[in-house]
Write a protein that binds this ligand. Structure first.
Ligand SMILES: [Mg+2]
Length: 168
């Protein structure tokens, strides 16, 4: 049996692309810290023909800004039911379950895992997410977990040689 190549990567944002902390100032402005190694990983994924999609339950201009900077083609925020959204997006992208990889760090991400052929969570994910995911990365959220997962996907896809020199 030939394994289908992963063609879409669904990522939760808080706790996956960040360490899960949200910095708030008194005026309601929000700061998040993103990791450039994850950013470069997403560029590699895109260069390998993988559609990168961010799905966040929250809504933050910082997330939109980083997604734009990286050229992430699908950045969905304020998502109440991630299962519904992923199904809709998968149909639009024309990808089957076996072609989807997903990463999340908490219970609202379990529908994301269910919709994916390969799922992962960062080392410091909530226990329910760790139990539900196919694999747990060594790196924590915001600490390179996304990069680690992307390298695993590229290797599994037979695309480990994909290198891109554009900075993240
Ligand atoms: Mg999260």
């Amino acid at each position: 049996m030939t394994r289908r190549r992963i063609r879409a990567l669904f990522l939760d944002v808080d706790g996956v692309l960040t360490d899960g902390r949200i910095y708030l100032d008194g005026t309601g402005r929000e700061l998040k810290v993103f990791n450039t190694k994850d950013g470069h990983g997403m560029r590699k994924a895109a260069a390998a023909g993988i559609a990168v999609c961010w799905i966040s339950g929250r809504s933050s201009p910082a997330t939109a800004r980083r997604a734009k900077e990286l050229g992430v083609p699908h950045c969905l925020q304020g998502v109440r039911d991630k299962g519904v959204v992923i199904a809709r997006l998968a149909r639009r992208l024309g990808v089957s379950r076996a072609e989807i990889a997903a990463m999340g760090d908490d219970e609202p991400d379990i529908p994301l895992f269910d919709a994916a052929g390969l799922s992962a969570c960062p080392a410091d994910a909530a226990p329910g997410a760790r139990r539900a995911a196919s694999l747990v990365t060594r790196a924590p959220g915001g600490g390179g977990a996304v990069r680690e997962f992307i390298e695993i996907i590229l290797k599994r896809n037979g695309q480990a040689g994909v290198v891109t020199r554009r900075p993240a």
